[in-house]
Design a protein around this ligand. Structure first.
Ligand SMILES: Cc1ncc(C[n+]2csc(CCOP(=O)(O)OP(=O)(O)O)c2C)c(N)n1
Ligand SMILES: [Mg+2]
Length: 657
């Protein structure tokens, strides 16, 4: 460390001052955590973290995740002090105000240097596991010269208490992610009060049981913090460093109490803190010598960065790494040729099987795809020949056995996507999307290209019964903004939807896929990817059009049969297949009106809740399932719950008369 250790105290106090003043100004926020972890963060940034404020996206930088996202002023202070272009002091003055990148909780798309969006406790640490996995994966493929960095996390009691922590820690220990270091803000305080109120767990023992190395230190003693981090670096296992801290450290009357967790200190206590810290600068002013120390530390990162650039310049693999890190798909369209050939065939397969067939074509062509499943590989059909197991012995493997850890998988996939260089996809049953729903939401919020392969998408899964039969899931996933929900109807649409999912560089996708076989409905070349418009006319009315049938997934076949029966009675019916609401919404009004004309009776058919379909059918008919399913073979269930030509046609005829 080139910095005089005596300078670290004032540097940490700069974080304390900025944090308490910004929270006071906003009259909202969390001063306790940044003030408590200021010393640890100062040691981390001054001695260990590899970063370059002049180029925050440099591929081989260390990743730093503030999992305790409520302490957002900690990272805003660090980014400003070390010399990132943003946040400016003006941004910090406007903490939590409209238009400031200093959002209430850190947002990855607001500020370079914020690696992921945090605040939902536990998920930051779990995303860091994915980042550490991506690092080892790319290291295995590109070597130490190009990929050689660490993943650091600051996490609080809450992050360690959440259930997802068990999944994340189990994965990291099993995968031996030794380049991951978690600095635990062990302040023994949460919102309600002392942690004694709600826990008596021996957290380090749990981590050790999962294969981690653990250390403890005095989180206010820079030398002791450095000693513990050095020990963590020396150990080959992932490390947890319990940093014993005092929440709100520096506020003489309030520190150590849950009252400093999430409320401004107040003018009086701020004055007392200034006096106690010997901090005489006005709010939002950093004394020149202290700022100079921080900036010199920030400038130091240029050296490691330049050394990496020099190595990359002479490395034949560097362009490929940069392509992947930029999120650009490889050139060429070998896959497209195979998919075009499928149009000349007539393959009756489940869409989960069609997805596997598409993946067998896509994964060799797109080497950055890394697949996996939460212990349902054979059911989700996610494994391909190109993807060998990802393991501590072979981090270059492209298939992750996530175990029964849906939430951990989804969060880690977010981390992998945000790390860059990897396009993760992972499977589970659609009904268990609820187990990972908040991570799916964070994929969408963070604009992360993650593909969720969610199979067994309706009562069509049959005998496993209502616990396993999604009813509300497809519709409820459609409610999440910036998430593409695809429900393809056959092998052709499945391939189209996979292509669309991969092309969405800033949006996650869900593929809702069937267990049961579905006939191929598209055989003639219809021009470009028809699913790209979200909905398209699969079959035009022959008789004068009176009805438009709108269906998704397995119910498109039924809609075609219903149309045939209506035509036999002289009633013209269009069939519109609608694999994606989101993409349909993005079409122009003219296209939407052409597909859903005002003068026809519109009927939706989907084996799930009907709430929502009124948007497209107006006062037309909604055929769906507004109750839980039952245990029986699929054909019996579809018949029983009214998904048959015999039960649907009379309802339509009735309505027309
Ligand atoms: C999943 C989730 N549940 C609840 C919250 C609300 N919340 C924010 S901070 C916090 C307490 C966290 O305690 P700790 O991590 O110890 O933070 P400290 O009080 O020490 O800063 C809670 C419950 C949240 N942000 N995320
Ligand atoms: Mg705490």
């Amino acid at each position: 460390m080139s910095l005089d250790p005596a300078r670290l105290g004032p540097m940490a106090n700069a974080i304390r001052a900025l944090s308490m003043d910004a929270v006071q100004q906003a009259n909202s926020g969390h001063p306790g955590m940044p003030m408590g972890m200021a010393d640890v963060a100062t040691v981390l940034y001054s001695k260990y973290l590899k970063f370059d404020p002049a180029d925050p996206a440099w591929p081989d930088r260390d990743r730093f995740v503030l999992s305790a996202g409520h302490g957002s002023m900690l990272i805003y202070s660090l980014l400003h002090l070390t010399g990132y272009a943003r946040p400016t002091m003006e941004d910090i003055r406007n903490f939590r105000q409209l238009g400031s990148p200093c959002a209430g909780h850190p947002e990855n798309f607001e500020l370079a240097g914020v690696e992921c969006t945090t605040g939902p406790l536990g998920q930051g640490l779990a995303m860091a596991v994915g980042m550490a996995m991506a690092e080892r994966h790319l290291n295995a493929q590109f070597g130490d010269d190009l990929v050689d960095h660490r993943t650091w996390v600051i996490a609080g009691d809450g992050c360690l208490m959440e259930g997802i922590n068990h999944e994340a820690v189990g994965l990291a220990g099993h995968l031996k992610l030794g380049r991951m270091i978690v600095l635990w803000d062990d302040n023994r305080i949460t919102i309600d009060g002392d942690t004694d109120l709600s826990t008596s767990e021996d957290v380090p023992a749990r981590y050790r049981a999962a294969g981690w190395h653990t250390e403890a230190c005095d989180g206010h003693d820079p030398a002791d913090i450095a000693r513990a981090i050095d020990a963590a670096l020396a150990d080959g296992r992932p490390s947890l460093v319990a940093c014993r801290t005092i929440i709100g450290k520096g506020a003489p009357n309030k520190q150590g109490s849950h009252n400093v967790h999430g409320a401004p200190l107040g003018a009086e206590e701020i004055a007392a803190t200034r006096a106690a810290l010997g901090w005489t600068a006005a709010p939002f002013e950093i004394p020149a010598d202290i700022l100079a120390d921080w900036r010199s530390l920030g400038a130091r990162g240029a050296e490691a960065h330049a050394a990496w650039e020099a190595r990359a310049a002479g490395n034949a693999q560097a362009p490929e790494l940069l392509r992947r890190m930029a999120g650009q798909l490889p050139d060429g369209d070998e896959a497209g040729k195979v998919f075009a050939d499928w149009l000349t065939q007539s393959q009756k397969v489940a869409t989960r099987k069609a997805s596997e067939m598409a993946l067998e074509v896509l994964t060799p062509a797109i080497p950055e795809m890394v697949g996996g499943s939460a212990d349902l590989t054979g059911s989700n059909n996610t494994k391909t020949k190109a993807a060998g197991p990802f393991s501590p012995e072979n981090y270059g493997g492209r298939y992750v056995y996530w175990g029964i850890r849906e939430f951990g998988m989804a969060a880690a996939m977010n981390g992998m996507a945000l790390h860059g260089g990897v396009i993760p996809y992972g499977g589970t049953f659609l009904v268990f999307s609820d187990y990972c729903r908040n991570a799916i939401r964070l994929s969408a919020l963070q604009r992360a290209r993650v593909v969720y392969v969610l199979t067994h998408d309706s009562i069509g899964l049959g005998e496993d019964g209502p616990t396993h039969q999604p009813v509300e899931h497809v519709m409820s996933l459609r409610m999440i903004p910036n998430l593409n929900v695809f429900r393809p109807a056959d092998i052709i649409e499945t391939a189209e939807c996979w292509n669309l999912a991969l092309q969405e560089s800033a949006r996650p996708s869900v593929l809702a896929l069937t267990r049961q076989n579905l006939p191929q409905l598209r055989t003639v070349e219809g021009g470009a990817n028809l699913s790209a418009k979200g909905a398209y006319r699969l079959k035009a009315a022959e008789a004068a059009r009176k009805v438009v049938l709108l269906a998704t997934g397995s119910e498109v076949e039924l809609a075609v049969n219903v149309a045939t029966a209506l035509e036999a009675q002289g009633i013209g019916a269009d069939v519109v297949s609608m694999p994606s609401w989101e993409l349909f919404e993005a079409q122009g009004a003219a296209y939407r009106a052409e597909l859903l004309p005002a003068d026809a009776l519109k009927v939706s058919i989907e084996a799930g809740v009907t709430l929502g379909w009124q948007k497209y059918v107006g006062d037309g008919l909604t055929i769906g399932l507004d109750r839980f399913g039952a245990s029986a073979p699929a054909e019996v269930l579809f018949e029983h719950f009214g998904f048959s030509v015999e039960k649907i046609v009379p309802q339509i005829v009735d309505r027309l008369n």
